[in-house]
Design a protein. Structure first.
Length: 114
């Protein structure tokens, strides 16, 4: 199974961006899908995740600004990011969990300029 991310780019502070991640296998049916990020010199951290049942979890730093959503029929997860600031600059990774196995995307760069 591959997780294919898209949507990363350079954006100005205060702007918005939407990331997408789709699983390469149609019948994947992951229990949890989410986004993590890793900034230079920092550890990878959870940004947001959503269970198949719709339970969502967010990092405190993005609450009120980011929204995660899933399309279970397409095994796709989205991350709508608003009011971006320079602290959001990082490589964003899609993560999925299915039957005890964790899968990661290759990562996509998001750069917020001032």
């Amino acid at each position: 199974v591959q997780l294919l991310e898209s949507g990363g780019c350079l954006v100005q502070a205060g702007g918005s961006l939407t990331l997408s991640c789709v699983a390469s296998v149609i019948t994947f049916r992951p229990s949890v899908m989410g986004w993590y990020r890793q900034a230079p010199g920092k550890q990878r951290e959870l940004v947001a995740s959503e269970s198949r049942g719709g339970n969502r979890d967010y990092a405190d730093s993005v609450k009120g600004r980011f929204t995660i959503s899933r399309d279970n029929g397409k095994d796709t997860v989205y991350l709508q990011m608003n009011s971006l600031n320079r602290d959001d600059t990082a490589i964003y990774y899609c993560k999925a969990q299915s039957f005890g196995i964790t899968y990661w995307g290759q990562g996509i760069q998001v750069t917020v300029s001032s």
